[in-house]
Design a protein around this ligand. Sequence first.
Ligand code: FES
Length: 173
Amino acid sequence: MSLQESAHEDFTHEDVSRRKFQLAVIYGLSAVMGLALSIPAAIYLLLPPRAKKEEQWVEVTDVNRLPAGHPEELVFRRNRVDGWKVSSEKTSAWVIKKSESEVIAFAPSCTHLGCAFRYEEQKKTFLCPCHTSNFDLEGNVLDGPAPRPLDRYLVKIQGGKVLLGPITASPEA
Ligand code: FES
């Protein structure tokens, strides 16, 4: 083998090795990029979206701060989780302390068409100004077009704090 042929053969081996290395780098980077892109896609496709977690409990006040038997409107913020979207919204509840261990809380919307109702101190009823539905302090319909009692929040008392959970729709009257 001549000197020239030997040099040519060495060059070819180096060239092949470099090419193999470059291909390995390209394949390696492609695999890493593919993996990086597929992980979020796999999470999106395989994990179910979070359910509407209105089951989250929100602390709204101390039991001691509520006057017994008298409705108080409490305004608070709660997170609404819808799929992957989490938003914070301002809402309210009409809360009545029946005893140190029992508190009820009404959702703020009338069960007719959803208007905000208010408490009528003199009559001790809730009045909806839209179509004059009236509700007693248990949320029952006294008169008006409202088809069912007021909806209630789930309520629990922990360590002297009042926590509100999801709203449960009242059954049709
Ligand atoms: S929305 Fe309340 S009575 Fe119609």
